[in-house]
Design a protein around this ligand. Sequence first.
Ligand SMILES: *Cc1c(COP(=O)(O)O)cnc(C)c1O
Length: 389
Amino acid sequence: MKNSNYLDRWNDVIQNNYGTPALALVKGKGIVVTDADGKKYLDFLGGIATNVLGHAHPAIVKAVSQQINTLGHVSNFYAHPHVVELAEKLKSFTGDSDAKVFFAQSGAEANEAALKLSRRTGRSRVVATQGAFHGRTMGALSLTGQPSKREPFLPLLKGVKHVAYGDLEAMRRAVNRKTAMVIIEPIMGEAGVIVPPPGYLQGLREICDTTGALLVVDCIQTGMGRTGDWFGYEYSGITPDVITLAKGLGGGLPLGAMIALGASAYLFQPGDHGSTFGGNPVTTAAALAVIKVIEKENLLLAAVKHGNYLLQEIAQMQGVKEVRGAGLLIGIEFDSEIAAKVMIDMRAHGVLINAATANTVRIAPALNISAAQVSKFVEILGKVLSDVK
Ligand SMILES: *Cc1c(COP(=O)(O)O)cnc(C)c1O
């Protein structure tokens, strides 16, 4: 079967919300994937910052196989070992002795859970930021600050205000004692890897402390080691009230989480929220395997080391206006709108990346990438950029 065959069949039976994919992928090992025509690629997108250990990692394969062979699903009427162990791990990473976890399957659901949690403060207003991406379900979409994604689906939730990202004065004007929560990406991923100015998260912490609004940090893209920390906000030194996770958490299996810290850990009461699959034995087994490998192989440090090398090398390339990010979440902004062309040329040269905006591409490879694979990427990108018209 060829790529073209799968893409034709996709178009026949899959709704048109994604458009036609570029390729059909049939297998992967580490950061190399193979398409239906047999061509191999270096996967520098990682399922959109999701495959933190690449493809078919033996630790994930083993954990998932053993678990599905032991106990596949139980619902939340029953506890099981992995859900408890994973929540304990995540709690330990927050450093907060009150932290409690709610598990879901996706990022949108993690943010929906945060939204519902914030209603339990007795307040209902929300302040979010322009350009931010928080998901596509109606509640999460109400938080997402991208007009093109919102406008076809108005009216969305009432009482949500969007202010400019990075602008503390705008935030100070918008947040008051009626605000239930402020939600923020510590680095905006979908918007093109936008890093806020120094002091921004600390300023938000102060604003939320003064007004009593919950500070929700959406670490769905920046979490699980991607930026060199377990959670993408840690560079700032603040403690948030709520952390949301998904993408990298399950290492490619569908798992999301909403972690409430401090007093907010006690807001949900029995019956307030739920999910049939949330905290499923198999997905939590995968997440525990991911965490163990990251710890054992020191991949937080590796992400920073490879990331710094990439930032330094890419900054010198032709046509690059700015290269930014943290760890292995990197946005490369060009001085013209060539991002789609660069993505296509890179694919032709056997590298998968994504055009986040018209002038910015994003890379988010697995954290266990090798130095040789990083160098290969630098070599190919340099060549593509010197040839691109
Ligand atoms: C991807 C993403 C989401 C949505 O996650 P889904 O699993 O697609 O629902 C939310 N917030 C951020 C920051 C993301 O990158």
